[in-house]
Design a protein around this ligand. Structure first.
Ligand code: HEM
Length: 387
């Protein structure tokens, strides 16, 4: 069984997933204390089964994680119907495809500007970190714009978010758990103030929209924080992991440079090929069976999205990167009632980043080996030096 903290596994988890899948669709992971679904069919069933839900249990001791628990207990991602339906309805209209499609020119202009800066850094220093200059700032700027977070406050968002999502990893050291709670407290406090000012002076932004709804104060704060976190934690890593994959599979990069018409399929393929989010848990609300494996009421099972994405039963040559792959029924955005609200926006951001990069820097290459972060659940790079 894989160890989610083993550096060798983290470098390339896919052979371990393939070995597991060859033995069976669902396995018990003693270290994680839950079952893991490693085939596409089983992972998809985990996400969609109505006997499995996202059932929030407070981080403990509860008095040490007051803000962290408040943000999650009131989050649509951590709730099931009817609370989920009520919260989701409010945000889903704002992120509907037609609505976000209008943002495409803005996102493309942002990406273009950031790639322009990247070009300047490369010209000045011979190389630059693509994560720092494009992959990380683009999604944050877009989601901060949607919530109209004042530009001067935006640098606060990523450190808060990064500290909080560390809690989704396994075996987190105590000091990092404390840091997550501190960040949650500051983030919640910040949003509470922002919501207060939007209540007094409403605008056209999403925070004003949430404040004007029937949501409670805690729900407004939790929803806004969720959007700010979910709005960038995955997208940054699709751009980072994705560009790294393209540059190490040069023929695929060259194909994309030659044919920008491949941007939509390339976007899907990069999400599939190196999933930015590897694991989502569900808890059984009654006894259920997934791929012949029983999950008793109260027990947990996780969908391993990266493993599902390489299932040869569904994807021909699953370990081959193919920017023209169609169809591509990956589970990268989830499935069922929690299917990613931000998928249309994420697709626009990724295509805008890749479009600007391939246009302005067709000769782009790695300047050094990218450095990987040590986390498993949120899979990404720390640096991506390019020249
Ligand atoms: C490529 C980038 C992204 C990926 C791969 C991704 C992936 C996912 C996945 C897998 C889920 C489902 C979790 C589960 O079933 O337990 C999800 C839910 C969610 N995502 Fe994304 N996401 C991305 C970008 C975004 C963006 C840009 C936003 C916000 C604008 C966003 C907002 C959300 C929200 C609010 C949910 C919760 C939906 C619910 O519980 O009903 N995501 N995302």
């Amino acid at each position: 069984m894989f160890d989610p903290r083993d550096p060798e596994f983290l470098t390339d988890p896919y052979p371990a997933f393939a070995a597991l899948r060859a033995e069976g669709e669902v396995h018990h992971h003693d270290g994680l204390g839950l079952a893991v679904a490693v085939s596409h069919g089983a992972a998809s069933a985990v996400l969609r089964h109505r006997g499995l839900g996202r059932i929030w249990t407070d981080a403990t001791p509860a008095d040490r994680f007051v803000s962290f628990n408040l943000l999650h207990r009131n989050s649509l991602l951590e709730n099931e119907p009817p609370a989920h339906t009520r919260l989701r309805k409010l945000v889903s209209s704002a992120f509907a495809r037609g609505h976000v499609e209008r943002l495409r020119p803005t996102v493309e202009a942002l990406a273009e500007g950031m790639v322009g800066m990247l070009v300047e850094h490369i010209a000045a220093d011979g190389q630059a970190d693509l994560l720092e200059h494009l992959a990380a700032p683009l999604p944050v700027e877009v989601i901060a714009e949607l919530l109209d977070v004042p530009p001067a406050d935006r640098p606060l968002l990523v450190p808060w978010s990064n500290a909080i999502v560390k809690m989704y990893e396994y075996g987190l050291p105590e000091d990092q758990r404390d840091a997550a709670e501190r960040a949650a407290g500051e983030f919640a406090g910040y949003l509470r103030d922002l919501a207060g000012s939007r209540a007094r002076q409403p605008g056209e932004d999403l925070v004003s929209h949430l404040v004007a709804s029937e949501l409670t104060g805690d729900e407004v704060v939790a929803t806004a924080v969720l959007l700010l976190m979910a709005g960038h934690e995955a997208t940054v890593n699709v751009i980072g992991n994705g560009v790294a994959a393209l540059l190490t599979h040069r023929a695929q990069w060259d194909r994309l440079v030659a044919d920008p018409g491949l941007l939509p399929t390339a976007t899907e393929e990069l999400i599939r090929f190196d999933s930015p989010l590897q694991l989502f848990e569900r808890t059984a609300t009654k006894d259920v069976e997934i791929a012949g494996c029983r999950v008793g009421e109260g027990e947990k099972i996780a969908a391993l999205l990266g493993a599902a994405a390489r299932d040869p039963e569904v994807f021909a040559d699953p370990d081959t990167l193919d920017v023209g792959r169609t169809p591509n029924p990956h589970l990268g955005f989830g499935g069922g009632i929690h299917y990613c609200v931000g998928a249309p926006l994420a697709r626009i951001e990724i295509a805008a980043a890749l479009g600007a990069l391939t246009r302005r820097l067709p000769g782009l290459g790695l300047a050094a080996e990218p450095e990987r972060r040590a986390e498993f659940v949120i899979r990404g790079l720390r640096t991506l030096p390019v020249a």
